[in-house]
Design a protein around this ligand. Structure first.
Ligand code: NDP
Length: 325
Protein backbone atom coordinates (compact mmCIF):
# COMPACT_ATOMS: atom_id res chain seq x y z
CA UNK A 1 0.00 0.00 0.00
CA UNK A 2 1.03 3.63 -0.57
CA UNK A 3 -0.54 6.95 0.33
CA UNK A 4 -2.29 8.71 -2.54
CA UNK A 5 -4.76 11.55 -3.08
CA UNK A 6 -7.93 10.31 -4.73
CA UNK A 7 -11.10 12.06 -5.82
CA UNK A 8 -14.28 10.17 -4.91
CA UNK A 9 -16.56 12.41 -6.95
CA UNK A 10 -16.17 15.49 -9.12
CA UNK A 11 -16.34 18.74 -7.18
CA UNK A 12 -14.44 21.24 -5.06
CA UNK A 13 -11.10 20.65 -3.31
CA UNK A 14 -12.96 18.79 -0.53
CA UNK A 15 -13.46 15.76 -2.81
CA UNK A 16 -9.71 15.04 -2.56
CA UNK A 17 -8.88 12.37 0.03
CA UNK A 18 -5.46 11.30 1.28
CA UNK A 19 -5.70 7.54 1.72
CA UNK A 20 -4.09 4.13 1.25
CA UNK A 21 -4.16 2.61 -2.21
CA UNK A 22 -2.76 -0.66 -3.55
CA UNK A 23 0.49 -0.56 -5.52
CA UNK A 24 0.56 -3.28 -8.17
CA UNK A 25 3.71 -4.78 -9.71
CA UNK A 26 4.65 -3.23 -13.05
CA UNK A 27 3.23 -5.15 -16.01
CA UNK A 28 4.71 -5.36 -19.52
CA UNK A 29 5.89 -1.91 -20.68
CA UNK A 30 5.38 -0.39 -17.21
CA UNK A 31 7.64 1.02 -14.50
CA UNK A 32 7.18 1.53 -10.78
CA UNK A 33 8.30 5.05 -9.82
CA UNK A 34 8.78 6.16 -6.21
CA UNK A 35 8.07 9.89 -6.23
CA UNK A 36 10.44 12.41 -4.67
CA UNK A 37 8.24 15.30 -5.80
CA UNK A 38 4.94 15.73 -7.62
CA UNK A 39 3.94 18.62 -9.87
CA UNK A 40 0.74 20.66 -9.36
CA UNK A 41 -0.92 21.83 -12.57
CA UNK A 42 -4.12 23.54 -13.58
CA UNK A 43 -5.17 20.41 -15.48
CA UNK A 44 -5.46 18.71 -12.06
CA UNK A 45 -8.25 21.18 -11.28
CA UNK A 46 -10.02 20.31 -14.55
CA UNK A 47 -9.85 16.61 -13.61
CA UNK A 48 -11.13 17.31 -10.11
CA UNK A 49 -14.08 19.43 -11.25
CA UNK A 50 -15.04 16.96 -13.97
CA UNK A 51 -14.35 19.39 -16.85
CA UNK A 52 -11.93 16.69 -18.06
CA UNK A 53 -13.48 13.39 -16.89
CA UNK A 54 -11.35 10.68 -15.20
CA UNK A 55 -11.92 7.05 -16.28
CA UNK A 56 -13.73 5.92 -13.09
CA UNK A 57 -14.12 6.77 -9.40
CA UNK A 58 -12.38 6.86 -7.01
CA UNK A 59 -9.34 8.01 -9.03
CA UNK A 60 -5.87 9.35 -8.21
CA UNK A 61 -5.30 12.64 -10.07
CA UNK A 62 -1.97 14.26 -11.04
CA UNK A 63 -0.07 14.32 -14.34
CA UNK A 64 3.52 15.04 -13.36
CA UNK A 65 6.25 13.82 -11.05
CA UNK A 66 9.88 12.92 -10.50
CA UNK A 67 11.60 10.19 -8.53
CA UNK A 68 13.41 6.90 -8.80
CA UNK A 69 12.47 3.79 -10.82
CA UNK A 70 12.15 0.87 -8.41
CA UNK A 71 11.19 -1.87 -10.86
CA UNK A 72 10.27 -2.35 -14.48
CA UNK A 73 8.04 -4.85 -16.26
CA UNK A 74 8.83 -7.03 -19.26
CA UNK A 75 10.00 -5.37 -22.42
CA UNK A 76 10.87 -1.97 -20.92
CA UNK A 77 13.80 -0.33 -22.74
CA UNK A 78 13.39 3.36 -21.93
CA UNK A 79 14.40 3.26 -18.22
CA UNK A 80 15.88 0.83 -15.68
CA UNK A 81 15.70 0.24 -11.93
CA UNK A 82 17.64 2.85 -9.95
CA UNK A 83 17.33 5.56 -12.62
CA UNK A 84 16.16 9.04 -11.55
CA UNK A 85 13.34 10.07 -13.86
CA UNK A 86 10.65 12.67 -14.45
CA UNK A 87 7.45 12.79 -16.46
CA UNK A 88 4.44 14.69 -17.65
CA UNK A 89 2.36 11.74 -18.73
CA UNK A 90 -0.72 11.63 -20.94
CA UNK A 91 -4.07 10.82 -19.27
CA UNK A 92 -5.21 8.91 -17.31
CA UNK A 93 -3.74 10.74 -14.30
CA UNK A 94 -2.22 9.01 -11.25
CA UNK A 95 0.55 11.27 -10.00
CA UNK A 96 -0.66 12.34 -6.53
CA UNK A 97 0.87 9.30 -4.83
CA UNK A 98 3.98 8.22 -2.95
CA UNK A 99 4.64 5.74 -5.75
CA UNK A 100 2.84 4.62 -8.89
CA UNK A 101 2.98 2.16 -11.76
CA UNK A 102 2.85 3.84 -15.17
CA UNK A 103 3.82 3.43 -18.83
CA UNK A 104 7.64 3.45 -18.99
CA UNK A 105 7.50 5.22 -22.35
CA UNK A 106 6.34 8.43 -20.61
CA UNK A 107 9.48 8.62 -18.44
CA UNK A 108 12.72 10.42 -19.23
CA UNK A 109 15.97 10.28 -17.29
CA UNK A 110 16.69 13.45 -15.31
CA UNK A 111 20.15 14.95 -15.82
CA UNK A 112 22.24 14.80 -12.60
CA UNK A 113 22.26 18.60 -12.24
CA UNK A 114 18.45 18.92 -12.26
CA UNK A 115 16.85 18.07 -8.90
CA UNK A 116 13.76 15.92 -8.58
CA UNK A 117 11.92 18.96 -7.20
CA UNK A 118 12.81 20.96 -10.31
CA UNK A 119 11.90 18.00 -12.50
CA UNK A 120 8.46 17.72 -10.94
CA UNK A 121 7.98 21.48 -11.21
CA UNK A 122 8.93 21.85 -14.85
CA UNK A 123 8.11 18.88 -17.05
CA UNK A 124 4.48 19.67 -17.82
CA UNK A 125 4.69 23.46 -17.85
CA UNK A 126 8.14 23.53 -19.49
CA UNK A 127 7.38 21.10 -22.33
CA UNK A 128 4.15 23.03 -22.89
CA UNK A 129 6.16 26.20 -23.41
CA UNK A 130 8.53 24.26 -25.66
CA UNK A 131 5.81 23.17 -28.09
CA UNK A 132 3.91 26.47 -27.96
CA UNK A 133 6.85 28.69 -28.85
CA UNK A 134 8.82 26.28 -31.08
CA UNK A 135 6.05 24.35 -32.83
CA UNK A 136 2.54 25.89 -32.52
CA UNK A 137 3.80 29.33 -33.50
CA UNK A 138 7.59 29.14 -33.90
CA UNK A 139 8.66 32.56 -32.67
CA UNK A 140 11.29 34.69 -34.37
CA UNK A 141 13.71 37.11 -32.71
CA UNK A 142 12.30 40.61 -32.90
CA UNK A 143 8.63 39.54 -32.74
CA UNK A 144 6.27 40.87 -30.08
CA UNK A 145 3.84 38.29 -28.65
CA UNK A 146 1.10 38.18 -26.00
CA UNK A 147 1.17 35.72 -23.09
CA UNK A 148 -1.67 35.48 -20.56
CA UNK A 149 -1.16 34.63 -16.85
CA UNK A 150 2.48 35.66 -17.26
CA UNK A 151 3.32 35.18 -13.56
CA UNK A 152 1.91 31.64 -13.39
CA UNK A 153 3.67 28.30 -13.75
CA UNK A 154 3.60 28.18 -17.55
CA UNK A 155 3.84 31.98 -17.66
CA UNK A 156 7.15 32.50 -15.86
CA UNK A 157 8.85 29.78 -17.90
CA UNK A 158 7.39 31.21 -21.11
CA UNK A 159 8.51 34.78 -20.36
CA UNK A 160 12.09 33.66 -19.70
CA UNK A 161 12.31 31.35 -22.72
CA UNK A 162 10.83 33.96 -25.10
CA UNK A 163 13.22 36.61 -23.79
CA UNK A 164 16.11 34.20 -24.36
CA UNK A 165 14.97 33.86 -28.01
CA UNK A 166 14.95 37.62 -28.51
CA UNK A 167 11.17 38.04 -28.44
CA UNK A 168 9.40 41.04 -26.88
CA UNK A 169 6.80 39.81 -24.38
CA UNK A 170 3.53 41.49 -23.47
CA UNK A 171 2.16 39.57 -20.47
CA UNK A 172 -1.15 39.84 -18.66
CA UNK A 173 -1.29 39.43 -14.87
CA UNK A 174 -3.89 39.74 -12.13
CA UNK A 175 -2.07 42.07 -9.70
CA UNK A 176 0.72 44.62 -9.40
CA UNK A 177 2.88 42.12 -7.46
CA UNK A 178 2.50 39.65 -10.30
CA UNK A 179 3.41 42.41 -12.78
CA UNK A 180 6.70 42.97 -10.95
CA UNK A 181 7.38 39.23 -10.89
CA UNK A 182 6.67 38.78 -14.62
CA UNK A 183 8.85 41.77 -15.35
CA UNK A 184 11.74 40.26 -13.39
CA UNK A 185 11.42 37.17 -15.59
CA UNK A 186 11.64 38.82 -18.98
CA UNK A 187 8.15 40.22 -19.54
CA UNK A 188 8.77 43.57 -21.25
CA UNK A 189 5.22 44.92 -20.91
CA UNK A 190 3.20 43.51 -17.98
CA UNK A 191 -0.49 44.48 -18.21
CA UNK A 192 -2.92 44.05 -15.31
CA UNK A 193 -5.96 42.68 -17.12
CA UNK A 194 -8.14 43.24 -14.07
CA UNK A 195 -7.73 47.00 -14.36
CA UNK A 196 -6.66 47.60 -17.97
CA UNK A 197 -8.05 46.77 -21.43
CA UNK A 198 -5.22 44.47 -22.50
CA UNK A 199 -6.12 44.49 -26.22
CA UNK A 200 -5.97 48.30 -26.25
CA UNK A 201 -2.54 48.12 -24.58
CA UNK A 202 -1.34 45.58 -27.16
CA UNK A 203 -2.37 47.91 -29.98
CA UNK A 204 -0.62 50.83 -28.28
CA UNK A 205 2.60 48.86 -27.77
CA UNK A 206 2.60 47.50 -31.35
CA UNK A 207 1.63 50.82 -33.00
CA UNK A 208 -1.73 49.40 -34.05
CA UNK A 209 -0.34 46.29 -35.77
CA UNK A 210 -1.29 43.69 -33.14
CA UNK A 211 0.70 40.54 -32.34
CA UNK A 212 1.35 37.51 -34.59
CA UNK A 213 0.39 35.13 -31.78
CA UNK A 214 -1.56 35.15 -28.52
CA UNK A 215 -0.85 32.27 -26.14
CA UNK A 216 -4.17 32.11 -24.26
CA UNK A 217 -4.63 29.76 -21.28
CA UNK A 218 -7.49 31.74 -19.73
CA UNK A 219 -10.26 30.77 -22.17
CA UNK A 220 -13.72 32.29 -21.79
CA UNK A 221 -12.77 35.62 -20.16
CA UNK A 222 -10.00 36.57 -22.60
CA UNK A 223 -11.28 35.23 -25.94
CA UNK A 224 -12.63 38.56 -27.16
CA UNK A 225 -9.56 40.54 -26.12
CA UNK A 226 -7.20 37.94 -27.52
CA UNK A 227 -8.89 38.10 -30.95
CA UNK A 228 -8.72 41.89 -30.79
CA UNK A 229 -4.99 41.71 -30.02
CA UNK A 230 -4.08 39.72 -33.12
CA UNK A 231 -2.33 41.10 -36.16
CA UNK A 232 -3.56 40.29 -39.67
CA UNK A 233 -3.00 36.52 -40.27
CA UNK A 234 -2.27 36.10 -36.55
CA UNK A 235 -2.70 32.89 -34.53
CA UNK A 236 -4.73 32.45 -31.37
CA UNK A 237 -3.26 29.45 -29.53
CA UNK A 238 -6.07 28.70 -27.07
CA UNK A 239 -4.43 26.15 -24.78
CA UNK A 240 -6.33 26.37 -21.50
CA UNK A 241 -9.52 27.36 -19.65
CA UNK A 242 -8.57 28.80 -16.26
CA UNK A 243 -11.62 31.11 -16.42
CA UNK A 244 -13.89 28.51 -18.04
CA UNK A 245 -14.03 26.76 -21.43
CA UNK A 246 -14.98 28.30 -24.77
CA UNK A 247 -18.01 26.25 -25.72
CA UNK A 248 -19.21 27.87 -28.91
CA UNK A 249 -17.14 29.76 -31.40
CA UNK A 250 -18.32 31.36 -34.61
CA UNK A 251 -15.59 30.93 -37.22
CA UNK A 252 -16.69 34.17 -38.86
CA UNK A 253 -14.96 35.97 -36.00
CA UNK A 254 -11.64 35.04 -37.61
CA UNK A 255 -12.57 36.63 -40.93
CA UNK A 256 -11.68 40.31 -40.31
CA UNK A 257 -8.00 39.38 -39.81
CA UNK A 258 -7.95 36.08 -41.74
CA UNK A 259 -6.75 34.78 -38.38
CA UNK A 260 -5.98 31.24 -37.27
CA UNK A 261 -7.19 29.52 -34.12
CA UNK A 262 -5.82 26.30 -32.68
CA UNK A 263 -6.55 24.29 -29.54
CA UNK A 264 -3.24 22.52 -28.89
CA UNK A 265 -2.33 20.08 -26.10
CA UNK A 266 1.02 18.86 -24.81
CA UNK A 267 0.00 15.27 -25.29
CA UNK A 268 -1.00 15.93 -28.88
CA UNK A 269 2.42 17.43 -29.58
CA UNK A 270 4.47 14.88 -27.59
CA UNK A 271 2.57 11.80 -28.72
CA UNK A 272 5.60 9.79 -29.86
CA UNK A 273 8.80 8.85 -28.02
CA UNK A 274 11.02 10.91 -30.39
CA UNK A 275 8.77 13.96 -29.88
CA UNK A 276 8.91 13.51 -26.09
CA UNK A 277 12.71 13.11 -26.08
CA UNK A 278 13.20 16.15 -28.30
CA UNK A 279 10.83 18.28 -26.21
CA UNK A 280 12.33 17.23 -22.85
CA UNK A 281 15.85 17.61 -24.26
CA UNK A 282 15.18 21.19 -25.39
CA UNK A 283 13.74 22.00 -21.96
CA UNK A 284 16.69 20.46 -20.11
CA UNK A 285 19.11 22.40 -22.34
CA UNK A 286 17.51 25.78 -21.74
CA UNK A 287 17.27 25.16 -17.98
CA UNK A 288 20.86 23.90 -17.70
CA UNK A 289 22.09 26.92 -19.67
CA UNK A 290 20.67 29.15 -16.94
CA UNK A 291 18.43 31.02 -19.41
CA UNK A 292 15.27 29.61 -17.82
CA UNK A 293 15.10 29.23 -14.04
CA UNK A 294 12.43 26.97 -12.57
CA UNK A 295 10.80 28.94 -9.79
CA UNK A 296 9.19 26.72 -7.15
CA UNK A 297 7.21 29.30 -5.19
CA UNK A 298 4.91 26.92 -3.29
CA UNK A 299 5.54 23.53 -1.72
CA UNK A 300 2.77 21.55 0.05
CA UNK A 301 2.81 18.11 1.64
CA UNK A 302 0.96 15.65 -0.61
CA UNK A 303 -1.59 15.23 2.20
CA UNK A 304 -2.45 18.94 1.75
CA UNK A 305 -3.26 18.73 -1.98
CA UNK A 306 -6.74 20.17 -1.35
CA UNK A 307 -5.20 23.40 0.01
CA UNK A 308 -2.84 23.56 -2.98
CA UNK A 309 -5.91 23.40 -5.25
CA UNK A 310 -7.66 26.17 -3.31
CA UNK A 311 -4.64 28.43 -3.68
CA UNK A 312 -4.15 27.64 -7.39
CA UNK A 313 -7.80 28.31 -8.24
CA UNK A 314 -7.84 31.33 -5.94
CA UNK A 315 -5.07 32.91 -8.10
CA UNK A 316 -2.82 32.97 -5.01
CA UNK A 317 0.09 31.00 -6.48
CA UNK A 318 2.86 32.27 -8.74
CA UNK A 319 5.46 30.25 -10.67
CA UNK A 320 5.50 26.49 -10.13
CA UNK A 321 4.10 24.43 -7.25
CA UNK A 322 5.10 20.97 -6.02
CA UNK A 323 3.64 18.45 -3.62
CA UNK A 324 6.03 16.39 -1.51
CA UNK A 325 5.20 12.78 -0.62
P1 NDP B 1 -1.07 28.99 -13.50
O1 NDP B 1 0.03 28.98 -12.50
O2 NDP B 1 -0.89 29.84 -14.70
O3 NDP B 1 -2.40 29.37 -12.74
C1 NDP B 1 -3.52 29.86 -13.43
C2 NDP B 1 -3.51 31.39 -13.51
O4 NDP B 1 -4.54 31.79 -14.40
C3 NDP B 1 -3.84 32.08 -12.19
O5 NDP B 1 -2.74 32.21 -11.33
C4 NDP B 1 -4.36 33.41 -12.68
O6 NDP B 1 -3.28 34.33 -12.84
C5 NDP B 1 -4.93 33.10 -14.06
N1 NDP B 1 -6.38 33.23 -14.10
C6 NDP B 1 -7.07 34.11 -14.84
N2 NDP B 1 -8.38 33.98 -14.66
C7 NDP B 1 -8.55 33.00 -13.75
C8 NDP B 1 -9.69 32.45 -13.12
N3 NDP B 1 -10.93 32.86 -13.42
N4 NDP B 1 -9.50 31.46 -12.21
C9 NDP B 1 -8.26 31.04 -11.91
N5 NDP B 1 -7.14 31.54 -12.48
C10 NDP B 1 -7.27 32.52 -13.39
O7 NDP B 1 -1.40 27.49 -13.94
P2 NDP B 1 -0.52 26.50 -14.86
O8 NDP B 1 0.77 27.12 -15.15
O9 NDP B 1 -0.59 25.15 -14.26
O10 NDP B 1 -1.39 26.42 -16.18
C11 NDP B 1 -1.64 27.60 -16.92
C12 NDP B 1 -2.69 27.32 -17.96
O11 NDP B 1 -2.13 26.57 -19.02
C13 NDP B 1 -3.92 26.55 -17.49
O12 NDP B 1 -5.07 27.08 -18.11
C14 NDP B 1 -3.65 25.16 -18.01
O13 NDP B 1 -4.79 24.43 -18.21
C15 NDP B 1 -2.95 25.48 -19.31
N6 NDP B 1 -2.11 24.38 -19.78
C16 NDP B 1 -2.41 23.81 -20.99
C17 NDP B 1 -1.61 22.84 -21.51
C18 NDP B 1 -1.87 22.33 -22.88
O14 NDP B 1 -1.01 21.65 -23.45
N7 NDP B 1 -2.98 22.62 -23.49
C19 NDP B 1 -0.50 22.27 -20.75
C20 NDP B 1 -0.22 22.99 -19.52
C21 NDP B 1 -1.02 23.98 -19.05
P3 NDP B 1 -3.59 35.93 -12.74
O15 NDP B 1 -4.09 36.19 -11.35
O16 NDP B 1 -2.29 36.58 -13.05
O17 NDP B 1 -4.64 36.20 -13.77
Amino acid sequence: MVKAVRMHEAGGPEVLHYEDVALPDPGPGEALVRHEAIGLNYIDVYHRTGLYPVPSLPWTIGMEGAGVVEAVGDGVTEVSAGMRVAYASPPPPGGYSEARVMPAGSLVELPADISSEQGAAMMLQGMTVEYLIRRTHPVKAGETVLVHAAAGGVGLIQCQWLKHLGVTVIGTVGSEEKAALASAHGCDHPVNYRTEDFAARVMEITDGRGVPVVYDSIGADTLEGSLNSLARLGTLASFGNASGPITDFNLARLAPKSAYITRPTLFGYNATRPELEESAGALFDVVRSGAVKIEIHQTYPLSDAAQAHRDLEGRKTTGSTILTP
